[in-house]
Design a binder for this molecule. Structure first.
Ligand code: ADP
Ligand code: ZN
Ligand code: MG
Length: 481
C-alpha cells in the first residue's frame, strides 16, 4: 500500500525588538546569564506588564506580507503551566482572539508548478527562560537563565497542507526569506530565533480523513526538520503495516543519533487553563495603521525573484539563489550597476563567492569582498586588462587580504600581456624548445596546439592574452610549413 504524509508546522519567530514584550529589558543574544532581567520578566508579585508597540509594528508587517487578516483587536491570554524556566507559572500568549488569521505562503514544487500552504493563525507570546544543565561548583546541577524570558515571539501555525518533508523545508526557507526581508526576525535557527515544531501523520493514498498525528520538537535547522520528518513518516508507516496504532504524542528529535523518542503522550499533555490576561488591554490595530504599514513593505522574495529574471535575463534557479537573502540580491544588483554583465556577475557570486563564504560560514553582508570591489575586478577582466585565469587568482587574494583588484594587479604585475612583439618572443621560444609537438602539429596532429598554448601561458605566468596567443601561434605554425 502507498502512503501519503500530512504535515502542519508551528513556527516561533523571535521578533527583532531592542526590548522585551512587556518590559524595558534588552533582548540582546549571548549576554551573561540573568543580566537582562527585571521584576516584570522575573514574574515578581504586583508588577504590571506594558505592551511594546514595536512588537505590534513587526507583527503587522509579517501578517500583511503573509496575506493574513488582521482583526481590529486581539487579546492576550494566560497559558498556565509549571516549569522552572517560567517564573510566573503562566506564559502570556494569545488564544481565542489571535493577532491575525489566515494567509498563505507559496512554494515551488519539485515536479514543477507552485502550491499554496495556508496559515491558520499568527499570534504573539512571550518566550520562556533557558535551562542549562551542567556541572555546578560542588556537584552536577541545573541552572536557569532568564535573559530570554519575556522576549517577543510570533507564532505562525499552518494548516495541514504540507505533503512531504521536502515541501516542509521549502516552506520554511520561503518563510525565513520573508521574515528576514522584512527585518522582523534574524531567522537564525541555530541560535533559536527561528524554531519549528512539526505535526505529522500518514494515511493510505486516496483516504480522505487524516491519520493520528505526532508532534516533533527540537529541530534546529532546515535539514533536521526534513530528516526528522522522514524518520517519523517511516516510523508511522512501519507501525501501521505491523498492525499497530500510531498514538498521539510529542516526540523529541535527536540530531546526533538521527532518531526521535517520545517526550509525552496525549494523557500526559498539559491542561493549560487559558484565561484572558487581566493586566493587559486589547491590542488595537486600526485601518490607517494597516494601510500605512502595507505601503512601507519592502519588495518581497517572490517579487524580487521575478523582477531579477525579467530585468537581468538570468535563470529562475539563479534568481532563486540570489534572492535567498535581500543582502545577496542587493549585492548582485550593485555589481550589475557597475558592470552590465548579469550572467557573469551571477556566476561569480554563486560559484566563487558563495564557495568561500559558505566555507567560512559568513553572510554576504560580511563578505571581505564588497560588491563594488568584485564588480571592479570583473570589469578589469571584461576590459581585457587581466585574463580569466588571473581573475580567479586576484579574486582569491582579494578575499584573503581585503585589498582591491587594481592594487593586487599592480603590486604583482598581473596585467595581461597584449603586446604583440612581447608575445611573439615568448612564442618563438616555445616553438624552439618543443620541436616534437611542433612537427607533430605540422604533420596534421592539430591536437598538440592545446599543449603548445599551455606552454606559452605557463611561460607568461598566465598573463598572456589567450586569444592573441592562439592567433599568433597558429600563424607561426602554419607559415613555416
Ligand atoms: P492540537 O490541538 O494538537 O494543538 P491543532 O489542530 O491545533 O492540534 O493543530 C496543530 C498543528 O498540527 C497545525 O499546524 C495543524 O495543521 C497540524 N495538524 C492537525 N491535524 C493534523 C494531522 N492529522 N496530521 C498532521 N498535521 C496535523
Ligand atoms: Zn524585564
Ligand atoms: Mg492547537
Amino acid at each position: 500500500m502507498r502512503y501519503e504524509s500530512v504535515i502542519g508546522l508551528e513556527i516561533h519567530a523571535q521578533l527583532l525588538t531592542q526590548s522585551k514584550l512587556f518590559c524595558g529589558c534588552s533582548t540582546r543574544f549571548g549576554s551573561a546569564p540573568n543580566t537582562q532581567t527585571c521584576p516584570v520578566c522575573l514574574g515578581f508579585p504586583g508588577v504590571l506588564p506594558v505592551f511594546n508597540r514595536q512588537v505590534a509594528e513587526l507583527a503587522l508587517k509579517t501578517a500583511l506580507a503573509l496575506h493574513s487578516d488582521v482583526p481590529p483587536f486581539s487579546l492576550f491570554a494566560r497559558k498556565n503551566y509549571f516549569y522552572p524556566d517560567l517564573p510566573k507559572a503562566y506564559q502570556i500568549s494569545q488564544y481565542e482572539l489571535p493577532f491575525a488569521r489566515g494567509g498563505f505562503i507559496e512554494i515551488d514544487l519539485e515536479k514543477g508548478g507552485r502550491k499554496r500552504i495556508c496559515l491558520t493563525r499568527i499570534h504573539l507570546e512571550e518566550d520562556a527562560g533557558k535551562l542549562i544543565h551542567g556541572d555546578g561548583p560542588d556537584s552536577v546541577a541545573s541552572f536557569v537563565d532568564f535573559n530570554r524570558t519575556g522576549v517577543p515571539l510570533l507564532e505562525i501555525v499552518t494548516e495541514p497542507d504540507i505533503r512531504s518533508p521536502q515541501e516542509a523545508k521549502q516552506f520554511l526557507q520561503n518563510l525565513k526569506a520573508i521574515l528576514t526581508y522584512l527585518k522582523v526576525c534574524d531567522g537564525n535557527m541555530e541560535e533559536g530565533s527561528l524554531r519549528c515544531d512539526a505535526n505529522v501523520s500518514v494515511r493510505p493514498c486516496g483516504q480522505k480523513t487524516f491519520g493520528v498525528k505526532t508532534e516533533i520538537k527540537n529541530m534546529n535547522s532546515f535539514r533536521n526538520v526534513q530528516k526528522a520528518l522522514e524518520y517519523e513518516i517511516d516510523r508511522q508507516i512501519t507501525m501501521i503495516e505491523g498492525g499497530e496504532d500510531v498514538i498521539q504524542e510529542t516526540r523529541l528529535w535527536d540530531a546526533d543519533k538521527c532518531l526521535s523518542f517520545s517526550m509525552r503522550t496525549k494523557e500526559e499533555a498539559h491542561d493549560y487553563r487559558y484565561f484572558p490576561e487581566p493586566d493587559l488591554i486589547p491590542v488595537r490595530i486600526d485601518g490607517a495603521w494597516i494601510e500605512q504599514t502595507g505601503r512601507s513593505l519592502p519588495e518581497l522574495p517572490e517579487a524580487k525573484k521575478s523582477r531579477l529574471v525579467k530585468e537581468y535575463g538570468i535563470s529562475s534557479y539563479n534568481a532563486q539563489v540570489l534572492t535567498s537573502s535581500s543582502d545577496m540580491a542587493d549585492y548582485f544588483e550593485e555589481c550589475c550597476r557597475i558592470i552590465d554583465k548579469p550572467q557573469m556577475v551571477s556566476n561569480w557570486i554563486m560559484v566563487e563567492l558563495l564557495r568561500e563564504l559558505n566555507r567560512d560560514n559568513l553572510d554576504i553582508a560580511s563578505s571581505p569582498i564588497k560588491a563594488k570591489d568584485l564588480a571592479d575586478m570583473l570589469k578589469m577582466m571584461d576590459d581585457g586588462l587581466i585574463s580569466g585565469k588571473i581573475a580567479k587568482t586576484v579574486f582569491t587574494k582579494m578575499y584573503k587580504t581585503g585589498k582591491k583588484a587594481a592594487q593586487i594587479v599592480q603590486e604583482e604585475n598581473l596585467t595581461q600581456i597584449t603586446d604583440q612583439s612581447e608575445l611573439e618572443k615568448t612564442i618563438d621560444n616555445i616553438i624552439r624548445e618543443n620541436p616534437g609537438p611542433v612537427s607533430d602539429y605540422r604533420e596534421g596532429k592539430k591536437k598538440t596546439l592545446g599543449f603548445l598554448i599551455g606552454q606559452v601561458m605557463k611561460a607568461s605566468h598566465g598573463k598572456a592574452n589567450p586569444e592573441l596567443v592562439n592567433r599568433i601561434l597558429i600563424k607561426k605554425l602554419e607559415d613555416r610549413q
